[in-house]
Design a protein around this ligand. Structure first.
Ligand code: PMP
Length: 355
């Protein structure tokens, strides 16, 4: 028997990502868009495939898509890096700026990848708890920043899984008060209508992360992007693998971005459904919806959230539950189609009433 070499100790406390493999008719657990691409867009994609160079490596910088994004945001190409989902860009940033002797600051609960990739890269994680309603106590946070001097600060805005949003003025305080790189993860920004991309011309320490996975209905092809000053993008490019974004994904995201006006209708529908869900949930005894600027709603469940989660699943509806102690009483539901939302609301009421 060979004694297998052990992994780096940084991996000791980590678990590999295990997606939920529950079979559900209605999936409202991953903050995806409930709308697939339009027929006309799929037709354009198919047309591109007729002359598609499957045999060639993709454009390493995703230059076509990079240019489109740069023009749309009024920045230069050098300010954009494309990633295999924005997850990969979090990894690129930590490979470029994290590691031994470096640290990040997060505001918990928040998106778990910041601390997971930090652990993988041997970067220390400082966690500051969010307030009772999951906001950030900015003065307190700034004190912590001054005391611990983190290398990177992660602000998820709107925050997953709570839906809270910080104002651009509050984010500006972080940018002014510190030399740290301030990463503003705007994965859900299309649903909040708020972005700090205009602050990039003022603050070279700002990094904005965006994705095609949510508002653009493209979670299945993996494309995210970073907008930042050229010194930062240059370092992120050094850390990324050459062909991180495949040619098919670049093509599809480019075609979708050309039609961004048409996605606005879907975004509007999702936002109005979000507000309707919140209103309807507040009429159900024993559940309290949290306000949200994203495409999901965090719900406090008075009686055992896990029991309610199981009952919903038995009814064919998958929502998100949590292991973290602070979120034990909560479920997170992604905004679905009107029909899916109605079914979710009906089943939740029946389940909670029967408890
Ligand atoms: N940031 C946040 C806040 C997210 O919720 C997610 C996906 N759940 C991501 C980044 C990653 O998105 P993707 O890799 O699909 O671009």
């Amino acid at each position: 028997m060979i004694d297998l070499v052990e992994s780096r100790p940084e991996l000791d406390n980590l678990k590999s990502y295990a997606p939920l493999e529950e079979n559900a008719r209605i999936v409202l657990s991953a903050n995806e868009s409930p709308f697939n691409l339009s027929e006309s867009l799929v037709k354009k994609i198919k047309k591109e495939l007729n002359s598609f160079a499957f045999n060639r490596y993709p454009d390493a910088l995703a230059s076509g898509l990079r240019k489109k994004l740069a023009v749309a945001y009024g920045v230069s190409d050098e300010n954009i890096v494309l990633g295999n989902g924005s997850d990969e860009l979090i990894q690129c940033l930590l490979l470029a700026y994290g590691g031994s002797g470096r640290s990040i600051l997060t505001f918990e609960p928040t998106f778990s990848m910041y601390s997971i990739v930090s652990q993988v890269t041997g970067t220390q994680v400082y966690e500051l708890d969010r307030t009772e309603l999951f906001g950030i106590d900015v003065p307190r946070a700034l004190e912590v920043v001054r005391e611990f001097c983190p290398t990177l600060i992660f602000l998820c805005n709107p925050n997953n899984p709570t839906g809270n949003i910080l104002s651009s003025d509050e984010i500006e305080l972080f940018l002014k008060e510190t030399n740290a790189l301030v990463v503003v993860d705007e994965a859900y920004a299309e649903f909040s209508g708020q972005t700090v991309i205009p602050l990039l011309s003022k603050f070279p320490n700002l990094i904005v992360l965006r994705t095609f996975s949510k508002a653009f209905s493209l979670a299945g092809i993996r494309i995210g992007y970073m907008v930042a000053s050229s010194g930062i993008t240059e370092n992120a490019l050094k850390a990324k693998l050459p062909y991180n974004c495949d040619a098919f994904s670049q093509m599809v995201a480019g075609l979708a971005f050309n039609e961004r006006e048409t996605f606005k209708l879907q975004i509007k529908k999702i936002v109005s459904e979000r507000e309707r869900i919140i209103k309807e949930l507040s009429k159900i005894n024993g559940v309290t919806p949290h306000s949200s600027a994203a495409n999901f709603v965090l719900i406090e469940i008075e009686k055992e959230a896990i029991w309610v989660w199981k009952k919903l699943l038995e009814a064919g509806i998958l929502v998100r539950n949590f292991n973290e102690s602070r979120l034990k009483k909560y479920l997170r539901v992604t905004v679905g189609t009107e029909e899916e939302n109605n079914l979710f609301l009906k089943m939740l009421k029946e389940i909670v009433d029967a408890r």
